[in-house]
Every structure is written in C-alpha cells, then in structure tokens.
Design a protein around this ligand. Structure first.
Ligand code: PLP
Length: 402
C-alpha cells in the first residue's frame, strides 16, 4: 500500500512564487555568478535601534514564557492606540489577535470565515499568498483583473460584477504588492457603497505597506461606517519597521472573528514569540520618525528605478504610489528570441533575464498577472542602477521570432 502521499489539502497549496524565484537567484549566486537579486519583498534596512533595545530588554526581563494566545496586553494596547492615532479607528483589545506575521493573520481569518465552496474575491494582480490560502480554506478565488492601463485598480463595476450569492469575503492590499498601487479615499468609498448592498461579505484589508506611500495619503477601507463592522484590518511590523524576521502581525476586526482566530491559534501555534511581541509594542508606540527615514530612501529608489525603466523601449510601467515594487508590463517581448531562448510569457522572460542578464525578478504569473514582472527596489541605488542596465541590454538582444 502506498504510504508516501500527502493530504489533498496540502496539494491544494502551491509554493510561494516569490520565494521560489529568490531560491533560483541564490542557486546561480552559489555557482559564482554575480546575480543582482531583486526578487524579495523585504526592506534591506536594519531594524531601528530602539526596537532592538526593547527586544534585548525583554530577554533580560524574562519574557521567556508563553504569552496569552492573542498577545500580551501591552502589545494589544499599543495596537489599539496605533489604530486610534494613525487610522482614527476605535477598537477594543478583544478585537485584536497578534500572530506570527501578517501572513499568519490572513491565514487565520480566511480559515475562520470561509466555508467549503464559498467564493472569495481576490482582485488581480494580488499578493501570491491570497489565492493559495483561499484554496487551502476550501474556498474558491474569484479573480477580477486589472491592467497597467488603469494603474492596476479594480473598478466598483468590476467588484459588483464579481459578487454572487456565494461571495463570503474580499481580500486586497493597498498599497498593493506587487503593483505599488494605492487606492484613494474616493475609490474605497465607492467599494464601500458596493459592499453596503451585500451584507454577508467580510472585507479583509491588508495594510502591511501602510506607511510606505509617496505623495499620496494612505487610506483604509475600515473608515466607512456603513461597512465598519465587517472589515478586518491586517497589519504588522515586517515592512514599516524592517522587522521581517521578528514575525509579528495582527488582525483587528469584529470581535466574533477575533474570538475564532484566538481559538484556531490556541490549537495551532499558541501566542507568538514573547520577545518579538515586546519589540513590536515598542515599534507601534513609536512616533514614526524611523519609518519616515526609510520611506525617504525608498522614494529615491523608486524614482531611480522608474526613470531607468522608462528608458527601456517596450516596457509599460505605471507609477507606483506605495510599497517598494514596480510592475512593468512586458507583453511587447512575448514572441521574441535572442537566438537561443524563446520568450512566450513572463515566466520565460524572468528566466531569460536571470540566466542571461543575471538579474533576479519575479514573474507576474504567481500574482495573477501573466504579462508583467515584479522588480523589488528594496535594494541599494547601485544595485538598482546595475540591474536596470543589465535588463536593458538583455531586452535589446531580443528579436521577433518571425
Ligand atoms: N501582505 C502583503 C501584501 C505582503 O507583501 C507581505 C509580505 O511580503 C505580507 C502580507 C506578509 O507580512 P508578514 O511578514 O508580516 O507575514
């Protein structure tokens, strides 16, 4: 009898496309090839000193025991205060559950609200993890698409059209990974008006890039009173505070969802790492000056990446107003070859740019946008300049197959 098989549930998951692309870059590097890796979505800055100090103090203060499942009271309070101070949201500690990163919070929420056969609207381009987690929760992703032409933004009409009696949830990120698009208050208000007509839908708002915006204000869909009691805000410390390895994120939403997440987490992981929780509380209580310094550096890099990209004939690029990604459309290169490799889609193009140009990028395929690829500019100016020069040269070598 065959024993070496895994559950059907785990087979529904695919491996993270971004982590797989990063792995390919590392493999080439290990062979001694000078690869510039722009695949990963994490700040290249160090965690601010005051946060490191808080973590060290937590160790000395013996934060070495289990925490409450939903997080230490002082962290919940710091999150409640952050939501009030920065987002004008009133929320009680019992509405918040802290988890091992925003990814874990999203996994919890989807598992507690989605039943088998429920539809979850995931506008494309989307963060790779959403559709897999929906499928893992036995839900069905429904994916309305947008393109570079409309700045990768879903329209209220598309949203309305995607809703059926089976729709249970909607999940999106603004600022968006992978496109960098940021919804305005008016655009979110229009979504809220659609949701107001469909009271069964839970709105999951992934706000992990909240602080990383350029020239435009961050707006949360949770601000609209008509849907407030159905919005789950997801956030954390990974991106804003350069704390990806600390693994702290949270959900804040209706108490009945928080209670269910607490129950799930009590059986799966217990409360997250105690020391990291204390460090995260220091981050949430901070005045934001460290974040602003990082954002100023990201802005210089975004402008650099954009200006260099716009010098490359054939690529179509929208201006990203947030996060640290650019997401060019590369359709013009499909059906080309350098004489050895043929480019049929974004997967081929990223493979070509890695093997011939030695730049690690992520194909849009995993983000539900097969015409595009993602460049992360969370890298030094020197790396960005070098990578874009390599991309320009490699793309110039491609000629139509016929
Ligand atoms: N949400 C989005 C849109 C992301 O891009 C990421 C990380 O890449 C996360 C969530 C995960 O954040 P965390 O490190 O807190 O799990």
């Amino acid at each position: 009898m065959e024993t070496a098989y895994v559950s059907e549930r785990i087979n529904r998951l695919s491996e993270s496309a971004t982590l797989a692309a990063a792995q390919k870059s590392r493999e080439l590097k290990a062979k001694g090839i000078d690869v510039i890796n722009l695949t990963l979505g994490e700040p290249d800055f160090q965690t601010p000193l005051f946060i490191k100090e808080a973590a060290k103090k937590a160790i000395d203060d013996n934060y070495s025991y289990y925490s409450p499942v939903a997080g230490f009271p002082q962290l919940l309070e710091a999150i409640v205060n952050k939501l009030k101070r920065e987002n004008q949201l009133d929320c009680q500690p019992a509405q918040v559950v802290v988890s091992n990163g925003a990814k874990h919070s999203i996994a919890n929420v989807l598992q507690v609200v989605v039943d088998k056969g429920d539809e979850v609207i995931v506008p494309a381009p989307y963060w790779v993890t959403y559709t897999d987690l929906v499928r893992y929760s036995e839900g069905i992703p429904v994916v309305p698409e947008s393109t570079v032409g409309n700045n990768f933004k879903l329209t209220p009409a598309q949203l309305e059209e995607a809703i059926t009696p089976k729709t249970r949830a909607f999940i999106f990120s603004s600022p968006c990974n992978p496109t960098g698009s940021v919804y305005t208050r008016e655009e979110l208000r229009a979504f809220a008006a659609v949701f107001a007509r469909h009271p069964r839908i839970i709105i999951i708002s992934d706000e992990i890039y909240e602080h990383i915006v350029y020239d435009v204000p961050f707006e949360s869909i949770a601000q609209f009173p008509e849907i407030r009691d159905r919005v789950v805000v997801i956030n954390g410390v990974s991106k804003s505070y350069a704390m990806t390895g600390y693994r702290i994120g949270f959900m804040a939403g209706p108490q009945w969802i928080a209670k269910a997440c607490n129950k799930l987490q009590s059986q799966f992981t217990s409360g997250p790492n105690s020391v990291a929780q204390i460090a995260a509380a220091a981050a949430f209580n901070h005045d934001g000056s460290e974040v602003r310094k990082m954002v100023a550096r990201f802005r210089i890099r975004r402008d650099l990446a954009l200006s260099l990209l716009r010098e490359i004939p054939g690529l179509k690029t929208a201006t990203p107003d947030g996060a640290f990604y650019v997401f060019p459309d590369a359709t013009a290169f499909f059906g080309t070859t350098d004489g050895e490799m043929t480019i049929r889609n974004a997967d081929d193009l990223c493979y070509y740019l890695l093997s011939k140009g030695h730049v690690g990028l992520v194909s849009g395929e995993g983000f539900g946008a097969p015409n595009c690829f993602r460049i992360s500019y969370a890298a030094s100016e020197e790396q960005i300049t070098g990578a874009l020069a390599r991309i320009k040269t490699a793309l110039a070598a491609l000629k139509p197959t016929r």
